[in-house]
Unconditional design. Sequence first.
Length: 225
Amino acid sequence: MSSSKSLIENKRGIETLEITDNQVVVKAPIDRVSQAFFQERQAVNLKYDVYNNEVEITDLCFIIYQLKKHSWTLIKTENCEPSETYLNCNDAKILSSVLHTKAIFYSVIDNPINIYYNLYIDGDSKETFNFCNEYNDVDEDFEESDEDEASIEGLYTFHSKLRLVQDSDIKDEFTFVNAFFEEHDVYVPPLNTICESGKTGRKVTLTISGFQHDDFERMDYISVK
């Protein structure tokens, strides 16, 4: 077993907030998730085991993947026109209900940082967290000093039907969200696939920098339109 493969199998949590991304995470095998999502989005095409194979980018398409030795399957948008059809909380809610399992909608924006998750169990929202930064201008008196960045003040909301959390428990947004995913045995990698938004009609070989075919139980591809 390669050290890279072993690392993927054992990783949990999130890697970074320095990305813009959203994913739906479902606690079920990829076979069940792909079929359920295909039906939910009324898709036109579902291709199995697409890693390192050619796919055609459509106006709306997604990848579904399950990492090796992980119990959750993840869904990621590959191209989305128009933007209102992007992955959202409703996808997680429906999949959780249909598959009678847990599902999480997770979203992060890197500048300014905005991080959000919503955990569903059997279609019921059980826990939500939303954090965003407020950027304040640096005082003009400090223009000549070493203070070359704006001050940052974070605002968050948290609601849970599963646990009690005090303000003092949320020391910073990364640690809190990372601990949530670790506790649920989830790893959300910052995937950058070869597909690029706005490239409708282009045929590409689907690969991911830093990953190999053996890092996945499987990766599927869904074209909605």
